[in-house]
Design a protein around this ligand. Structure first.
Ligand code: NMX
Ligand code: MLT
Length: 441
């Protein structure tokens, strides 16, 4: 790991010096104005965070260190015989800020293999939970149990110089990323495959080995996992899982504690749990109309029914995006290449035609287009993974790449405790009456 760690530190030192100079000269410049509505409505559009790993554009979608998803598919190293990017390569890109060579990615793959040992008490903690426990709860419990291994926590307890925080964070991030596939696969096999576990294959890449440990040997599924783990990895810093990991990390909680917190956010239905909700919604639609191939009209009626019951249409809408999510498009392309005749995948495409006009006709909905979660489940079902409650765990394993790379940057740049100001409605009323200045000290 030495080489990649050294490259990261070298880059971080340069950026750190740049930020110092930038703040010295421009620290007083205003970056925006905040309205009362923004304060009450989820802080939409308020720029308040720095996240180096990726940037989201409302029209074009996500770019990782400047690279779009099709560019990553072209430029990142692939597995032998494969055509999807290796997610290890994206991790390197987010961490170091440069595209990796094949050797860099092979080095990272074997480092992750070497560091993937999961202690027995983690499996025992999972086993202590009822089998009915939601996979995301099992996942978070396992991450918390693994916190016993945190090098950051141990070094901090002994007394660590703040200049060394980044180093221990880097080691914890690598260890966690190495171990998560084993933990996730264990939960999957425990809950859905009668506890028949599969040992890792040390010759495979990170995502290929994850597919193998879950029991999927199909090359198509392994390629899907490489694409899936790449496109779900990061979505700039304001989304719930990234922001939570960053916020908790800002208290110098170690990477295990911080990541577990982020995963609790990912488990919410408006965030990562939406991927299970989408496939559940489509299964219920098929059940209700008694057909595997609902027509556009039947889908439209079902959307209207969902809305009339006061529910959201899962997989559609976004807090930032205002166009079709390029992560949806990448999955659609994968579907066209590998399974164009699959009826469930075709239903996802019909839903894509039917939903936007309905949601677009409702004034309050800012984005009627699909997000990443609208497509992923159908591809997984195609390869036999029908257990949709598990889907958010896959999202979580991938999200580790982005949020933990960001945590390394947070520590290397010495970012402080995050603590925004809050106000009360009584104070707002006084301010509106001219009796108090809520923006004052
Ligand atoms: N179905 C029904 N209503 C919707 C939808 C939708 N798909 N999207 C937005 N709205 C409603 C929203 O609930 C809100 O209603 P109200 O004022 O009554 O509370 C109104 O439209 C305005 O919302 P927006 O400003 O357009 O969206 P916001 O930024 O608040 O929320 C989401 C973004 C993603 C939470 C929202 O679009 C949603 O709930 N979508 C469905 C769940 C989903 O797919 N989440 C996954 C997001 C991606 N991810 O993986 O994290
Ligand atoms: C994500 O990938 O985190 C989601 O699209 C949600 C977001 O960006 O707010």
């Amino acid at each position: 790991m030495g080489i990649i760690k050294d490259r990261f530190k070298e880059k971080a030192d340069i950026v750190s010096a740049e930020i110092k100079a930038l703040l010295k000269e421009h620290g007083d410049k205003k970056i925006g104005e905040v309205t009362l509505s923004q304060v009450y409505q989820g802080m939409r559009g308020i720029t308040g965070l720095v996240t180096e790993t990726s940037l989201l554009d409302s029209q074009d979608g996500i770019r990782f260190r400047g690279y779009s998803i099709p560019e990553l598919q072209e430029k990142l190293p692939k597995a032998p015989g494969g055509s999807e990017p290796l997610p290890e390569g994206l991790f390197y890109l987010m961490l170091v800020g440069e595209l990796p060579s094949e050797d860099d990615v092979n080095h990272l793959s074997s480092t992750l293999q070497r560091r993937s040992h999961v202690p027995n008490h983690v499996f025992a903690s999972i086993e202590a939970l009822p089998i009915s426990t939601h996979p995301m709860t099992q996942f978070v419990v396992a991450i918390m149990a693994l916190q016993t291994e945190s090098q950051f926590a141990k070094k901090y307890a002994k007394g660590m110089n703040k200049k060394d925080y980044w180093n221990a964070t880097f080691d914890d991030a690598l260890d966690l990323i190495a171990r998560l596939p084993r933990i996730a696969a264990y939960i999957y096999r425990r809950k859905y495959k009668w506890g028949e576990h599969i040992q890792p294959n040390g010759l495979l890449d990170w995502a290929g080995n994850f597919a193998h440990m879950m029991g999927y040997e199909d090359d198509g599924f392994k390629e899907l996992m490489r694409l899936y783990m790449t496109i779900h990895a990061d979505h700039e810093g304001g989304n719930v899982s990234a922001h939570t990991t960053h916020l908790v990390g800002s208290a110098l909680s170690d990477p295990y504690l911080s990541f577990a917190a982020g995963m609790n956010g990912l488990a919410g239905p408006l965030h990562g749990l939406a991927n299970q909700e989408v496939i559940k919604w489509i299964f219920e639609l098929r059940e209700e109309i008694g057909s595997d191939a609902p027509t556009k009209e039947q889908i439209e009626d079902y959307v209207k029914k969902t809305l009339s019951e006061g529910k959201v249409v899962p997989g559609y809408g976004h807090a930032v995006l205002r166009k079709t999510d390029p992560r949806f498009t990448a999955q659609m392309e994968f579907g066209k290449k590998h399974m164009p005749d699959d009826p469930l995948v075709q239903t996802v495409w019909n839903v894509y035609e039917a939903v936007p006009p309905v949601l677009g006709s409702i004034a309050k909905i800012k984005n009627p287009w699909p997000n990443v979660d609208a497509h992923s489940g159908a591809l997984l079902v195609h390869y036999g993974m029908k257990e949709y409650e598990f889907y958010t765990v896959l999202f979580g394993v991938s999200r580790a790449l982005g949020v933990l790379a960001s945590l390394c940057w947070d520590r290397a740049l010495g970012f402080p405790l995050e603590r925004p100001k809050s106000i009360t409605t009584d104070l707002v009323k006084l301010w509106l009456e001219g009796k108090d200045n809520i923006w004052g000290d």
